[in-house]
Design a protein around this ligand. Structure first.
Ligand code: HSE
Length: 437
């Protein structure tokens, strides 16, 4: 073991991930020290819920509610930010960096909104910001894409990167349970965000996708350019119809390189049930990364929860510990590419996206309806892959179409015309579809 002094950590937040980080660091302290080359000690904790922390840590470490006190403590080397949110967390992180401390954070919302600024301040102060836990919980996806796949021109990243929504979709499919009921269970298990609308409305996925895309393509983080749609409109009927057609519904974050720019989109997606991604269930996450040299890779693991996320936090603490004494110029760049080598590729609006579709509509069961609908598709250059008609009684029928890859703007124009037909009874239900080939 090295003669170096222990690295001193200030832990901010003692919730699901904070307490997990404490437990993992304690339990595995010897192994971790053998890997890091020196001991890692949490020397101060700051949290709103002091008693919750003292119940676990006793009087072994001082616990305060004053975050700034810890951030400014000159004896601390690394600040671990696990308080979440964007306002206070931003002030705290910037203050830590300006005080010459490295920061480890699991805060994807913070980085999605302020990452570019935070990384700049970190570089100016010659310190590191590590954020493995911000994307896909325990899966080391940041390190894998940033370092392991560094030889590649990345073509696409597609992932199930929100445990809560994947848990909800899985339970709805497997147990036929109602949406609300499953959401409560996800909250009880500690998967959900403080504001669970972030999970179910696709916002959490968009946060993570904006970070992943930046590392994959060498562009600044651009959360506000991500198209996002959540899972709240998914009905049991769509889950069943998708299954019948050989597909499964997943909330995907997709970043794809096209000739004219980059697509960044989050939405419920039908994927063929033969693909490995379709079989990622519960709170598990998986990210498929395609590179020109490596081909298709898939990273799978727990995307949320106390110790899985702590696994990533502690890995970052070890990484920072090892690089602490390295020349800042020779550290791995925060966003994989050198800060002055980021490109401003165009982020394509959703109208220019190319994807397949599932469409469901209720129509009058009378002659000529199918002909009218298919004529509109043909007029817009849209090609039908397959179609199912179910008679619903009362002279009504449900039509479900799978549509080959097409440009979103053409699809939207066709839907407007279809909805204007007298025979079409309600809004057309649209869910995007990816073959992942
Ligand atoms: N709320 C997130 C999820 C936690 O459900 O995946 C991990 O970022």
């Amino acid at each position: 073991m090295s003669h170096l002094q222990a690295i001193r950590v200030g832990l901010l937040g003692f919730g699901v991930v904070g307490s997990g980080t404490w437990n993992v660091l304690r339990r595995n302290s010897n192994e971790i020290a053998r890997r890091a080359g020196r001991r890692i000690e949490i020397v101060r904790i700051a949290t709103r819920t002091i008693s919750k922390a003292t119940n676990v840590v006793g009087d072994s470490v001082p616990v305060t509610s004053d975050l700034m006190e810890v951030v400014r403590d000159p004896s601390i080397d690394i600040v671990v930010e696990l308080i979440g949110g964007t306002n206070l967390a931003k002030d705290i992180v910037i203050e830590a960096l300006k005080n010459g401390k490295h920061v480890v954070t699991a805060n994807k919302a913070l980085l999605a909104h302020h990452g570019n600024e935070i990384f700049k301040i970190a570089s100016e102060n010659k310190v590191m910001v590590a954020f493995e836990a911000a994307v896909a919980g325990g899966i080391p996806i940041i390190k894998s894409v940033r370092e392991g796949l560094t030889a590649n021109r990345i073509q696409s990243v597609a992932g199930i990167i929100n445990g809560t929504s994947n848990f909800i979709l899985s339970e709805m499919r497997e147990k036929g349970l109602a949406f609300e009921e499953v959401l409560k269970e996800a909250q009880r298990l500690g998967y959900a965000e403080a504001d669970p609308t972030f999970d179910i409305e696709g916002v959490d996925v968009a946060h993570k996708l904006s970070i992943l895309a930046s590392i994959a393509f060498g562009v600044p983080i651009q959360f506000d350019r991500v198209f996002s749609e959540g899972i709240t409109q998914i009905e049991q009927e769509d889950v069943v119809q998708a299954e019948r057609l050989g597909y499964r519904l997943k909330l995907l974050g997709i970043a794809t390189r096209r000739e004219n720019g980059i697509e960044l989109r989050v939405h419920p997606t039908l994927i063929p049930n033969s693909k490995m991604l379709a079989n990622v269930n519960g709170a598990m996450n998986a990210v498929m990364v395609r590179g020109d040299a490596v081909g298709e890779t898939l990273f799978y693991g727990p995307g949320a929860g106390s110790e899985p996320t702590a696994s990533a936090v502690v890995a970052d603490i070890v990484d920072v510990t090892r690089l602490h004494t390295a020349d800042p110029e020779h550290r791995v760049p925060h966003l994989a590419f050198q800060p002055d080598a980021l490109e401003d590729y165009k982020i394509l609006p959703i109208e220019e996206a190319q994807t397949g579709y599932y469409l469901r509509m209720t129509v009058k069961d009378q002659k000529g309806v199918l002909a009218d609908v298919s004529r509109i598709f043909a007029d817009h250059g849209i090609s039908i892959n397959s179609m199912i008609q179910d008679n619903k009684g009362n002279n009504l029928a449900s039509l479900v179409f799978l549509i080959h890859q097409t440009i979103e703007a053409s699809m939207q124009r066709a839907i407007q015309q279809i909805e204007a037909l007298d025979s079409v009874q309600n809004a057309v239900k649209l869910i995007r579809l990816e073959t992942l080939e």
